[in-house]
Design a protein around this ligand. Structure first.
Ligand code: FAD
Length: 464
């Protein structure tokens, strides 16, 4: 019996899942709307090399990447800085996205995956009422399969076309999306710059998000991202402000220059259904604090391949019912996703804070370098008794803010614990109540807590 897997979009997780499944002898095809040489963004990305290990794929040769520099996080007023120090071998790698894609595509082809470029997926092919996914509609033509893997990114037409009964969130809420601009510019001759440092700014020039400056391949790498829409005129203003900070930043754009959107929420609370599994940005798997999604997408692709292989081992598992795909969702939540819930919680808290409070947090190190590194890497934040006592000593002038931060960390941990309690077997009732508990744990009034924190409390008045 030939098992047919059809993948929408050549996303990273789809390529990994496709490669691993084709190696098992399954009939895998990928339909990608872009031409082959236009895949991936025109810049370098940071991600953990370990993604290849977990995906069971060979690591790229050292000539294909460099190590990312340590980061200097700047507070909104730019008066305070948190500098990270991570030993070189533990830093993320920095790899040209086109080189990464070249590698993933070559591995997929070697495994026997059929790649179709310039092939636009219109949506899912549905059978019967209320509708079960039985393939894809591609360029107006129906193509059936035993399983559809959705690796078509944030705006996937497959996810958007799912029937209600799948209970997969079709549209992503605007506050859960980071609107970004990224480009490389020339460096002005004779102007100094620090080539080892990665400068990251919170609320730069009033941006409701982050900005960065660093030097990559002899060019200035610039990023702006915020939850509100980002207009070209606003980017021009921000570039001027960035040039004041970094006179080495030139005016000639050398690479990139696109506006894109990244999901910055925890993964969808359901991303599998009958004959359907989403991976990567299609399921909102990027790290909510910084939008890094390559590692999580690749590892999720490997987890999905494991679940599909296991399901094929069971009699009558094709076409794949939700029951057979649920172990993929459970494995992702246990291995990665529960931590993403915590990071999302922290992000919501920090984004709701006024700039002055964020500055105070930096100045008094109420969030430390260690915690920022943990959150950016997608790891849980540990705040032990000694940490809390130290923070209390440093932050007593704004006790309400400190207490709100502590309360947010406690609720964050509860949300992580709730997410970790995902049912490991497919029990629709247990899944419904887990999902409801997870949603409740994410809807604590973090913004209310933050604004209460910025009001003068009984122990201290707001003072710079
Ligand atoms: C400015 C910026 C900087 C980033 N920096 C980093 C970083 O440093 N590190 C990191 O880990 N991540 C980074 N990311 C995030 C990263 O790009 C994504 O999280 C990652 O690509 C995982 O997404 P994906 O592979 O699932 O989907 P995508 O990369 O979105 O790929 C989806 C694919 O599906 C195709 N597709 C979409 N619709 C259709 C259709 N209808 N028919 C056929 N094909 C379709 C698309 O053309 C695309 O090739 C960055 C993103 C941006 C925008």
């Amino acid at each position: 019996m030939v098992v047919r897997i059809i993948i929408a979009g050549a996303g990273h997780g789809g390529l990994v899942a496709g490669t691993l499944l084709a190696r098992q002898g399954l009939d895998v095809s990928i339909h990608e709307q872009r031409p082959r040489d236009a895949l991936g963004h025109d810049w370098h990305d940071d991600f953990y090399l370990e993604a290849f290990d977990r995906a069971g794929l060979p690591r790229p040769p050292p000539s294909d990447f460099t190590r990312k520099g340590n980061i200097r996080f700047h507070s909104p007023s730019m008066a305070h800085v948190l500098s990270t120090y991570v030993p070189e071998h533990q830093l993320e790698i920095q790899m040209d996205r086109r080189v990464l894609y070249g590698r993933l595509l070559a591995l997929a082809e070697d495994a026997g995956v059929k790649l179709y470029f310039n092939s636009h997926v219109d949506g899912p092919l549905l059978e019967g009422h209320p509708g079960v996914v039985r393939g894809l509609v591609i360029g107006g033509k129906e193509t059936s399969a035993d399983l559809v893997i959705d690796a078509a990114g944030l705006d996937s037409p497959v996810r958007r076309g799912l029937p209600d009964r799948y209970r997969v969130q079709r549209d992503i809420n605007p506050p859960d999306v980071f609107n970004t601009y990224r480009a490389y510019y020339n460096l002005q001759p004779g102007k100094p710059y620090d080539s080892d440092r990665f400068e990251v700014y919170f609320l730069f020039g009033g941006l409701r998000g982050i900005a960065w400056f660093r030097v990559v391949d002899g060019q200035a790498d610039i990023f702006f991202g915020q939850v509100e829409p980002l207009a070209p005129a606003r980017v021009d203003e921000l570039l001027l402000a960035m040039r004041r900070e970094h006179p080495a930043l030139g005016e000639t754009r050398t690479r990139g220059g696109q506006f894109n959107a990244i999901p910055i929420r925890h993964q969808l609370s359901r991303f599998v259904g009958d004959g359907y599994a989403a991976v990567g940005d299609a399921a909102c798997m990027a790290v909510p604090l910084n939008g890094s999604g390559i590692h999580n997408a690749m590892v999720a692709g490997a987890m999905l391949a494991d679940a599909v292989k296991a399901a094929i081992g069971e009699a009558g598992a094709t076409p794949f019912p939700a029951r057979a795909l649920w172990p993929y969702q459970a494995a992702y939540l246990e291995g990665i996703g529960a931590r993403m819930v915590g990071i999302d919680y922290l992000k919501r808290y920090l984004l709701a804070l006024p700039a002055g409070d964020l500055d105070f947090i930096f100045a008094k190190r109420l969030i430390t370098e260690k915690e920022v590194i943990a959150a950016s890497a997608g790891n849980e934040i540990e705040m032990g008794f000694r940490d809390i006592m130290g923070k209390l000593a440093r932050g007593f002038k704004r006790l309400p803010l400190l207490l709100s931060l502590k309360a947010a960390v406690d609720r964050m941990k509860k949300a992580v614990a709730t997410a970790s309690r995902i049912p490991t077997t497919y029990d629709p009732e247990a899944i419904d109540s887990w999902e409801a508990a997870l949603e409740r744990s994410m809807h604590h009034p973090t913004s209310g807590a933050a604004s209460a924190a910025s009001r003068p409390g009984p122990m201290g008045r707001r003072k710079k």
